[in-house]
Design a protein around this ligand. Sequence first.
Ligand code: NDP
Length: 282
Amino acid sequence: MLLLNGKETAATIRARLKTEIAGLVEAHGRPPGLAVILVGEDAPSQVYVRNKERACADAGIASQTFRLPADTPQAELEGHIQDLNAREDIDGILLQLPLPTGLDSQRCLDLIDPAKDVDGFHPVNMGRLLLNLPGPKPCTPAGILTLLDHYGIDPAGKHCVIVGRSNIVGKPLAQLLLARHGTVTVCHSRTRDLPAITRQGDIVCVAIGRTGFLTPEMVKEGAVVVDVGINRTDDGLKGDADFDGLQDKVAAITPVPGGVGPMTIAQLLLNTLESYTARVQR
Ligand code: NDP
C-alpha cells in the first residue's frame, strides 16, 4: 500500500515557492499579498485561517487577516471586499467559509475581483474551469491532482468515482479529473446503491464529512482512495474513509491528517503567487 503523503509533498512545493518568491520580491520590490476575511467565531475556520497565515509567513507571502464580528452587516462585508479589490498590494482575496447565518456568501464571492480570486470560487473562474481555460482552480481539488501527479497516478482512462457534489470539492474535482481524461461519476446523498458504484472506481474520492464512511466493502481491490473529509472526533481528526480497514485492500490512500489538507494550503500559496505574477507583469 502506497501512502499518498500530502504533508511531505506540500512541504516540497512550499520550499520551492519560498525560493521563487524571494527572487520575485527582489525583482518587483514587494511580496505577494493575500487578504483573508474571517467573519464570526467558527472554530474550524479559526484553525484553517491560522494555518494559512503560518504557511504564508513561511513562504514570504504578506498575509493580512480581517477578523470581523459575526453580526457584521452584509453591506459592511461587501464594502471590505470592494476595498480589497482596489488595493494594489493585495493580489489574493480569500473569504473563509462558512459565513455566519444571515450573510449571503454567494453575493460576497460574486464581488471578489476574479483576478484576485485565489479560491477559484467566483462564477467566472468556475466557468473557466468548466471550459478548461486557464484561471485559478479551487484549492482542494487542484491540490488532489497535484498529489496524484506527484505519485505518478494518472487519471486518464480510469473510472474516478467522487462521493460528494459540493461547489468547493466534488464539482470542481469532477471537472479537473475530466480535463485529465478520467471517466467521472459523481455521487451524492440521493445516489442509489452507492457501494455498487464506488466498487467500480479505480480512483475513489470521498468528500462528505462523515467519519469512516468509506469501508473496505465499498472499494475494489487495488483502488486508489483520496480522503477529503476532516471530522473532529474524540480520537482527533478523522477522514471520511476507514483508513485502518482499507489499508490492506487499496493500492494507495491519503491519510487524515497529512493528506489532502496540506495540499489545499500549498495550492492556496500557488494560486496567490500566480495572481501576483500576473498582476506585477501587467
Ligand atoms: P458539503 O457538506 O458541502 O457537501 C457534502 C456532500 O456529501 C454533499 O454533496 C452531500 O450530498 C454528500 N453526502 C452527504 N452524505 C452522504 C451520503 N450518506 N452518501 C452520499 N453522499 C453524501 O461538504 P464539503 O464538500 O464542504 O466537505 C466535505 C468534507 O470535506 C468535510 O468533512 C469537510 O470538512 C472536508 N473538507 C476538507 C478540505 C481539505 O482541505 N481537506 C477542504 C474542504 C472540505 P447532497 O448534495 O445530496 O446533500
